[in-house]
Design a binder for this molecule. Structure first.
Ligand code: DAT
Ligand code: MG
Length: 137
């Protein structure tokens, strides 16, 4: 298949816990290429667009607040089937349930908050990846 691109975010919890390098290490060890990267303090308007599909859900407001709580590292990652492949590396949304061996399963846990602090974001489809990469880069 052709080379795809996906958007990975190391969320504020991942940056605060000094796990940026560990996330990037896993991406590179899997064989994907990091083709762009930056640290950003995300504005609310960007996060509202990024998470538009979740507007109205109970975790939406805590999610948008949490994503503004500190810097985020945004990463453009390239490779064949990288969208699916990074979602597999990240593991399930709930870090308690995420399988050991995954980023969320190995490094994340429930901290008793209204939002799941699960360290990373990865685009979930080619359409999402194109839309999100245009927002962040
Ligand atoms: P993912 O990040 O695995 O694609 P998602 O797009 O469904 O998951 O949700 C976006 C983020 O919102 C997710 O990373 C953490 C938070 N979230 C999702 N479902 C949640 C829930 N039931 N309770 C608390 N936070 C949730
Ligand atoms: Mg998602």
């Amino acid at each position: 298949p052709e080379i795809e691109e996906t958007l990975v975010l190391v969320k504020p919890d991942g940056v605060a816990r000094n796990l940026t390098g560990e996330v990037l290490r896993r991406i590179e060890a899997k064989g994907y290429s990091i083709t762009d990267l930056k640290m950003v303090q995300a504005q609310r308007a960007l996060l509202e667009q990024h998470y538009a599909e979740h507007e109205g859900k109970p975790f939406y407001e805590p999610l948008v607040e949490f994503m503004q709580s500190g810097p985020i590292v945004a990463v453009r990652v390239a490779g064949q089937r990288v969208i699916e492949g990074f979602r597999s590396l990240a593991g399930a949304t709930d870090p308690t349930a995420a399988a050991p061996g995954t980023i969320r399963g190995d490094l994340g846990r429930d901290w008793g908050l209204k939002v799941q602090q699960n360290l990373v974001h990865g685009s979930d489809s080619p359409e999402s990846a194109a839309r999100e990469l245009a927002l962040w880069f």
